[in-house]
Design a protein around this ligand. Structure first.
Ligand SMILES: Nc1nc2c(ncn2[C@@H]2O[C@H](COP(=O)(O)OP(=O)(O)OP(=O)(O)O)[C@@H](O)[C@H]2O)c(=O)[nH]1
Ligand SMILES: [Mg+2]
Length: 327
């Protein structure tokens, strides 16, 4: 082992060893190469890692997928997928139990959850998917667990206010940062296929009913990143009612109601789209081929007068009603 390998390198190596999929192994190897100190002593190791990397990149991915079912792959459902992250007994399953009908295992002993369990949370007229997860510790991570976070829309760190908040925050951030899972600044990291690797995150601070005095303040002070913090107690229910609205806001999505020309709008099932979507994005979401034939749209909603004509690049707002006209 060459001298002068940094903690960053060992973190990436640990990630590589725990990686359950080829994609994740490739990302970890790329990270190992990127953070490796550049000097003569690391030449052999570098060549070795490059060989491993090109072997993995050439490996047929489909065969591997067919061999086993990945329990950490949680198919998306609803308007967005939020995945919980936290240390043992921090209260993750209790949140999913309180907000959804999913059958989760709440227990007074650690490691009670061993695989992801999705449930659906309703916010007004949209359904949001909330996924319970096994815990992580400074040295434990279920193989394949990273994959669930890699595929979600938003990560919710669950921090127990009655325990050591500094330790919990450290473990969560270490996990996220060492795997490039956290959006940092304006340009998120992307993989070779252009998939966005980094996610937005926020913090659910739980067990407020038995919190250490000043724990939330300490946590906010410790955390250099500008996360949103929502304080709750799954035991008393305090703050729980705020969570669905917070999920919706943090997912950064909008609801659009489609209106067939000459008929009332369908107000029961909105389309949900990323904030900033345009009339053309909506047309494409409804029907990719038809979208090219879009002539114009009429809008009822925010910042327009009722039935106003809108161009393809008009940016939509939450709860807009749109009538699309095709040629
Ligand atoms: N007083 C209090 N206890 C809570 C609260 N939330 C959870 N608990 C208790 O904390 C313990 C652990 O809760 P879980 O929800 O199972 O924790 P977890 O994060 O899913 O644990 P793992 O699956 O092991 O990672 C249980 O005994 C819960 O009843 C809370 O808000 N207040
Ligand atoms: Mg659990």
């Amino acid at each position: 082992m060459p001298a002068n390998l940094t903690p960053e390198y060992f973190k990436a190596e640990k990630w590589f060893r725990a990686a359950a999929t080829t994609e994740e192994k490739i990302l970890a190897l790329e990270r190992m190469l990127a953070v490796m100190p550049k000097h003569k002593g690391t030449d052999h190791l570098k060549a070795d890692l490059r060989r491993k990397l090109s072997k993995l990149k050439e490996a047929p991915v489909k065969k591997e997928r067919a061999k086993h079912i990945d329990v950490f792959h949680v198919p998306r459902s609803g308007a967005g997928q939020i995945v919980l992250l936290g240390t043992p007994s921090s209260g993750k399953s209790s949140i999913v139990a309180a907000l959804t009908n999913a059958k989760v295992n709440v227990a007074d002993f650690p490691f009670a959850t061993s695989a992801p369990v999705p449930g659906m949370v309703r916010f007004e007229d949209v359904q949001i998917q909330l996924v319970d997860m096994p815990p992580i510790t400074a040295d434990y991570l279920a193989p394949g667990q990273v994959g669930t976070y890699r595929n979600c829309d938003l990560i919710a760190m669950v921090i127990d206010l009655s325990a050591d908040v500094q330790e919990q925050l450290g473990i969560c951030l270490d996990f996220l940062e060492s795997r490039n899972l956290l959006i940092d600044g304006e340009t998120p990291a992307v993989d070779g296929q252009g998939n966005i690797l980094a996610k937005r995150a926020f913090c659910i601070c739980t067990k407020s009913d038995i919190a250490e005095p000043g724990a939330l303040g300490t946590l906010k002070k410790l955390c250099k990143r500008r996360f949103k913090f929502v304080e709750i107690s799954a035991e008393t229910g305090t703050g729980l009612e705020e969570l669905p609205a917070a999920f919706f806001r943090l997912l950064d999505i909008i609801r659009i109601y489609a209106k067939p020309p000459g008929k009332p709008a369908d107000m029961t099932e909105p389309f949900t789209m990323p904030a900033g979507s345009t009339v053309m994005d909506l047309a494409t979401a409804i029907h990719r081929q038809l979208a090219e034939k879009l002539k114009f749209a009429r809008i009822w909603g925010t910042g327009v007068y009722d039935g106003q004509n809108a161009q393809r690049n008009h940016v939509l707002n939450d709860k807009d009603i749109i009538e699309l006209h095709f040629s």
